[in-house]
Structures are given as structure tokens and as C-alpha cells.
Design a protein around this ligand. Structure first.
Ligand code: XBP
Ligand code: MG
Length: 256
């Protein structure tokens, strides 16, 4: 049996519920700034989350939900420019402290660091979105807590492809068997499983009803001693929140 050496974290939906009140608002503000009469309400955005990546999501929306949208001459450049506007709005929301960490994230991070284990990030969103979220919620030095931050377009295929996790493992210099992944969605789960990683799921309102087959544990939050999780699949013993002991038991397959 390998030894647990690194914990690899998804960002959106896992560390913070960034989608409904963060990315979605930023997309809508970008559409308004660009003079587009597009508006992604909560329900529509939930459908659009079937596609990872903001640029890919814009393309998906225009193709699948707009009849006969006339693309500008250089479609890729136009989408990239629109996505940059969106990212600027998203960073603004982060900077205003509008997007807090989910329950238990800081507490588990503190345990992991005290235990001397490595942490990494593997996310579809952009690197700036990651570092701004970390700075805004955990403080300026927190990006240094992560041995690797694998984010956005550094890989050719986004989740559910395993590329971003494989890239993170390569940079960590570790095997999948020495790590465990934390995700919130079935697309993220497929990416982590595809890279050979045991995975713990903390679902959220957008992903609650997804199929998490293959996950070691499915809970509705990591939680804390006074904010326990709801166990949805897998074994957690007597634990009521996700602490490092439970992570180690899940990793070792000894949670009963
Ligand atoms: C979630 C995503 C991202 C965000 C939007 O990433 O699919 O595309 O929805 O961010 P993950 P961008 O769950 O892997 O963290 O617009 O920067 O893509
Ligand atoms: Mg996610």
C-alpha cells in the first residue's frame, strides 16, 4: 500500500460555491458590457454547467440555445475577449469578498499543513481566478501552501478529461496511488477517476443529484465539528465532518 503524500483539490464548487453567485453573475455582467442581450439565470446556468470551461460554455450556449447566432469573423478571438471581460468581473467579485470558502475548507487545510502533507489544485478555471480566491479567503501567502496549481488552458482537454489531474501528478512527481482528489461534480469525478485517483465528493446545490458512482465518499459538505455533513454515499465511521483522520481512512479503505 502506498503512503498518502498529496491531496489534490478542485476549486469551483469544492473550495467555494463559486458558480451561482460568482461566475454566473460575472458572465451576465460581461454580456451586458459587450452589448449582448444574453442572460443566464440560475436554472439555465445549471444546464450550461454540463460544459466545463468558460469559453467552451459560451460556445455551447450560442450553438445550443441561440437560433442562428451570427458569429463575428474571428470567433475564437471574440469568445476569448468576452471571456476576459467575464474574468475581470469575476475577479472583482472575489476582491469584494463576495465568495466565501465552503464549510470546513480552512480547518482541513490547517490540519493538512500541520501534518506536513502536500496540497495541489487541479481546476478548469483560470489561474488568476484561483489565486484571487485564495488571496481573498485565506490570505496573500496562501497560494504558497500548494505545491502545484494546475489551472485552465494548460492542458488541451478540460474535465471530464483527466488531463489536468495528470498534469498535476506529473508536476508533483507523484503517482495517483500516493494522492487523493476532492471534487464537487460528476465531470470532476470522471476527470479524477480517469487519472487513477481515489476521490471524495462534496456535492453542492448544482451537483446534488448527479451520479457519483466511483467516488470513495459522497457528502454534502466537508463540514466542521459544529456543522456536520450529510453522508450520501460511502462509509464515514463515526465521523460527522471531514477531518484528516477520515481522509486517511478513506484513502486506506479502512473507514467502516
Ligand atoms: C469549473 C468550471 C469553470 C468555471 C468557470 O471549474 O468548469 O469553467 O465554471 O471558470 P472546476 P472559467 O470545477 O474544475 O474548478 O470561466 O474561468 O472557466
Ligand atoms: Mg468543480
Amino acid at each position: 500500500m502506498s503512503e498518502l503524500k498529496a491531496l489534490i483539490f478542485d476549486v469551483d464548487g469544492t473550495l467555494a460555491n463559486t458558480e451561482r453567485d460568482g461566475h454566473r453573475l460575472a458572465f451576465n455582467r460581461a454580456f451586458e458590457e459587450a452589448g449582448l442581450n444574453w442572460h443566464w439565470d440560475e436554472a439555465l446556468y445549471g444546464r450550461l454547467l454540463a460544459v466545463t470551461g468558460g469559453k467552451e460554455r459560451i460556445l455551447f450556449y450560442a450553438r445550443e440555445f441561440l437560433n442562428g447566432f451570427r458569429w463575428p469573423a474571428d470567433q475564437a478571438e471574440w469568445v476569448a475577449d468576452l471571456h476576459q471581460i467575464k474574468t475581470r468581473h469575476y475577479l472583482g467579485l472575489l476582491g469584494q469578498g463576495m465568495i466565501p470558502l465552503r464549510s470546513g475548507v480552512r480547518e482541513l487545510f490547517d490540519e493538512i499543513r500541520a501534518a506536513g502533507l502536500q496540497m495541489a489544485i487541479a481546476t478548469t478555471t483560470t489561474p488568476a481566478n484561483v489565486t484571487y480566491l485564495l488571496d481573498a479567503t485565506l490570505g496573500q501567502g496562501s497560494r504558497g501552501w500548494f505545491s502545484v496549481i494546475a489551472a485552465g488552458d494548460i492542458v488541451p482537454a478540460k474535465k471530464p478529461a483527466p488531463d489536468i489531474y495528470l498534469w498535476a501528478l506529473e508536476k508533483l512527481g507523484l503517482k495517483a496511488a500516493e494522492c487523493i482528489a476532492f471534487e464537487d461534480s460528476c465531470l470532476g469525478l470522471h476527470a479524477a477517476l480517469g487519472a487513477g485517483l481515489k476521490t471524495i465528493i462534496a456535492s453542492n446545490p448544482y451537483t446534488r443529484d448527479e451520479d457519483f458512482s466511483g467516488a470513495e465518499l459522497v457528502i454534502d459538505k466537508w463540514g466542521t465539528s459544529d456543522d456536520g455533513f450529510q453522508l450520501m454515499a460511502g462509509e464515514a465511521g463515526l465521523a460527522t465532518f471531514l477531518n484528516l483522520d477520515l481522509v486517511r481512512e478513506i484513502y486506506a479503505g479502512t473507514a467502516i
